[in-house]
Design a protein. Structure first.
Length: 330
């Protein structure tokens, strides 16, 4: 990726010198009114199922959001828990709790600076800047003004309005505060454990999480949360898969326009992104960790699906091509 000598974003919040923990602000309803731009009638064609209404400002909407992003609802009562993530990794046991992301630092105090992190911080800032430039151009066509998210760098643990985040969770986006959270050690895991090396593989991860921010700005996150709250676990997983695949497609849109207007894509970069998408598919991870594939338990999509939707976004560069919520086939 051609990122050197480019201006980085001012929206990187470096909290690596802080220990994870502490309190957080109160929960709030983060979505713009009248969301769902880019779809006919301003609404997603998601099967809502039968059931009663849901109070907008009630606690149920907070619980629904937390479940949507894989957050333990007990955070409300206990004052801390795992946050959501857009990048699924295998499960293992971490000290004191079950961790869905083994192999990453487990916490327990501040760490010395890791080699190469300063350059990686600069790289992350440049990638974030390219996402800002792309979505500032693309969102007005969907009737929205792009609100730039903050990207928080942390080490081992971090507080967010979605609860307590730990490095084992991998990168995640919190819709309650509109921020992306990344422990830079994840990129080592992507290269070594998942065998998806390359700077554009790392950029894809950031662009995927930014895709979740775009979904929130468009009101899609709110509508998905409502649909999940009215269905069972199986239906909820299926809707979540569609949301994650759309985030992959939005990452592809970013790559399309980043190349078209900024010329940042080197030969082989798209293959790096596709390799990362395949490496973190649900079927690939399930096969590695439990020896069998359980499609009903998918929450992010298969390797083939993730690759296909990223490619669709990259090839078309059009938001309308990323409607994963229609049709029976993904």
């Amino acid at each position: 990726m051609r990122w050197r000598d480019r201006k980085g974003s001012d929206n990187v919040e470096d909290r690596r010198d802080e220990t994870g923990g502490g309190g957080r602000g109160g929960f709030r309803f983060p979505f713009p009114r009248g969301g769902g731009g880019g779809f006919p009638g301003g609404r997603l064609p998601i099967p809502m199922g039968r059931g009663g209404g849901m109070g907008i400002f009630g606690i149920i909407i907070v619980v629904g959001l937390m479940l949507l992003f894989g957050i333990d609802p007990r955070v409300i009562l206990q004052g801390g828990s795992d946050g959501g993530t857009g990048i699924p990794l295998p499960r293992s046991e971490a000290p004191g709790r079950e961790s869905p992301f083994p192999g990453l630092p487990t916490g327990g105090g501040q760490s010395a600076s890791r080699p190469g992190e300063d350059e990686l911080k600069q790289f992350v800032a440049v990638v974030l800047k390219t996402t800002e430039e792309v979505w500032q151009q693309q969102l007005p066509a969907l009737g929205k003004t792009y609100q730039e998210p903050k990207l928080v760098l942390f080490r081992e643990g971090v507080s967010s309005q979605c609860g307590q985040g730990i490095a084992q969770m991998g990168p995640f986006y919190c819709p309650l505060d509109g921020k992306l959270y990344i422990d830079l050690s994840f990129f080592d895991e992507l290269k070594t454990r998942f065998r998806a090396p390359g700077d554009f593989a790392q950029a894809y991860v950031i662009a995927h999480e930014v895709g979740h921010h775009v979904q929130t700005l468009l009101g899609i996150t709110e509508q998905v949360m409502r649909a999940k709250a009215r269905g069972g676990e199986r239906q909820g997983n299926a809707i979540q898969v569609r949301m994650e695949l759309q985030a992959d497609c939005l990452a592809g849109i970013w790559a399309h326009h980043a190349q078209k207007s900024l010329q940042v894509v080197d030969p082989g970069d798209i293959e790096e992104a596709l390799g990362a998408a395949a490496a973190i598919g649900d079927d690939h991870i399930q096969r590695r960790t439990q020896g069998r594939v359980v499609p009903d338990a998918f929450t992010h999509g298969s390797s083939e699906q993730r690759v296909r939707w990223f490619k669709r976004g990259f090839q078309d560069g059009n938001f309308n091509s990323c409607n994963t919520f229609t049709g029976s086939e993904l």
